[in-house]
Design a protein around this ligand. Structure first.
Ligand code: FAD
Length: 469
């Protein structure tokens, strides 16, 4: 689709004469806000009088990862509000583009804080895939959707006992779940290394998607609303500041490097791992402190194109994924490094083998680290002996490495809800390693909260206030 981010053209020179540097712009709009509150209304007046195509929307969303895009979709489909979405890059440039795509329940724990949200999301994703089918479209093509089932694999007696308990818990929570002992597991996955203690929790209804195909599908759907004047996207356009409203204590507009996007109803910040630093910067400019403790947790994922050397019938995850054993527990040479690698393996809709994944706190760095790839490959080889004969260097022509920054929250729960003291600002961030799976439930929750409707899932556990430091 042609670029939509220029569908409304506007000349800002009368509003912001000194466009030469974004910092001067930021300073100008914020200093005015802080010191001369009356100018905000003047700005809005100037805006509407100088150009009747001013960029005014009901909802402005910051961040076009899977969370921002699905929130946009939900507003478009479930209300008559207009929506603008803005990103400093492109939709898959954040964590979303690195995602493996599993939407599994197998490693989720019934009764945990995110259980209901994950269950609801799972249901909504399944409905989306079914709707596509009803329309005569293929969910594999549109979403990369595959119902492979998932296996959470344990290799010790203790893990096997844990998996039995998990299967019981998941069954009691209403999911189809089966405990597989070694011989049943081997029948399902002949290439897996299985000994007498190896066992798995099997969830036949678990599904996966392809993040890139799904994002493209959601964007396409959102763009259908552009011709009705209800949707616009502004990419490669970082948010620089908020313009504060004088009258209602909220945010009047989102100032990006190229645009001023006025919001009549709500500003949703869905900026993944950047949410904390972004909010901190925006508030600091007002002389206020606001600290959401979301942190980037770097992950590497290895994608092997058209990989035929391994038969993989389901999605696989090692039981240790639940608590991510650190590399220093696994290999003495990496003592002191906060790196963990847990085996996950899937085959995506295009036939690529995806194996992962690592977790590490390394700031906002997204550089490729070959030693992490070596760790991942070794870990996968521990489960699939066939792969041991191939070294990482043998893969160089057929491999792609995806690197992303998961939005980590210390208490393991995303923040979803209003920001106290700012009447129209909401956060939707901090989904760490489960943002793809929790996206649709999150989007539904955000829209229900903004519109003051009773939610399908209780939003209280995700309240922003719980984490403010
Ligand atoms: C290796 C790996 C594998 C994963 N596998 C899975 C999986 O199988 N299943 C699953 O459920 N989850 C998985 N995840 C986690 C999942 O990818 C994330 O939870 C999810 O993508 C988070 O989405 P998001 O929209 O919150 O963040 P992001 O996708 O990071 O989007 C945030 C957006 O905000 C934008 N932004 C930031 N600052 C600004 C600014 N100042 N102005 C404008 N825009 C801004 C960024 O450019 C970015 O596009 C995986 C993650 C990794 C790294």
């Amino acid at each position: 689709m042609a670029t939509l981010h220029h569908i409304h053209s506007i000349n800002f020179s009368s509003v912001f004469p000194s466009h030469s540097s974004s910092s001067s712009l930021t300073k100008r709009s914020l200093s005015y806000k802080y010191k001369f509150p009356a100018t905000g209304n003047r700005m809005a007046r100037l805006y509407s009088s100088s150009d009747d195509r001013a960029k005014v929307f009901d909802v402005v969303i910051v961040g076009a990862g899977i969370i921002g895009l699905t929130v946009a979709r939900q507003f478009l489909m479930d209300s008559d509000l207009s929506v603008a979405i803005v990103d400093k890059g492109l939709p898959c440039s954040g964590a979303t583009g690195a995602g493996q795509g599993y939407l599994w329940m197998t490693h989720k724990t019934p009764g945990s804080a995110t259980w209901d949200l994950s269950m609801r999301s799972h249901q909504l994703w399944t409905m989306m895939a079914e709707n596509l089918q009803e329309q005569g479209l293929d969910p594999i093509v549109e979403l990369g959707w595959k119902k492979t089932g998932s296996l959470l694999v344990g290799r010790t007696r203790a893990e096997s006992d844990m998996l039995k308990g998990r299967v019981k818990q998941l069954s009691e929570a209403g999911l189809k779940a089966e405990f597989l002992g070694s011989s049943d597991l081997l029948k399902r996955e002949p290439d897996l290394l299985v000994d007498k203690d190896t066992a798995a929790a099997f969830l036949p209804d678990d599904c996966q998607l392809d993040a890139h195909r799904t994002v493209a599908y959601i964007e396409k759907g959102n763009r259908n609303f552009a011709s009705k004047g209800r949707y616009a996207e502004f990419y490669d356009d970082p948010v620089k500041c908020f313009i504060r409203s004088d009258c209602n204590g909220g945010v009047e507009a989102v100032q990006t490097s190229k645009n001023t996007l006025y919001s009549k109803k709500a500003v949703i910040v869905a900026a993944g791992c950047w949410t904390g630093s972004l909010m901190q910067d925006l508030f600091r400019n007002w002389g206020m402190e606001f600290h959401v403790p979301v942190r980037p947790r770097k992950g590497h994922l290895l994608a092997l194109q058209n990989f035929n050397s391994l038969q993989l019938n389901h999605g696989l995850m090692e039981a240790g994924y639940v608590d991510h054993p650190s590399i220093s527990d696994l290999e003495s040479s990496d003592h002191g490094r906060d790196l963990s690698v847990s085996m996950t393996a899937t085959i995506d809709a295009a036939g690529n083998l995806l194996v992962g994944s690592s977790r590490e706190f390394a700031g906002f760095n997204t550089d490729l680290d070959e030693s992490v790839i070596t760790h991942i490959w070794k870990r996968v080889g521990d489960y699939f002996p066939k792969l041991r004969s191939l070294s990482v260097s043998d893969l160089s022509t057929s491999r792609k490495v995806r690197i992303g920054l998961r939005p980590y929250m210390p208490d393991g729960k995303p923040v979803i809800g209003p920001v106290s003291g700012l009447s129209n600002v909401y956060l939707a961030a901090g989904h760490e390693g489960g943002g793809l799976s929790m996206a649709l439930g999150t989007a539904e929750m955000v829209v229900d909260v903004v519109l003051g409707r009773p939610g399908k899932v209780d939003s209280a556990p995700f309240a922003v206030d719980r984490v403010l430091e």
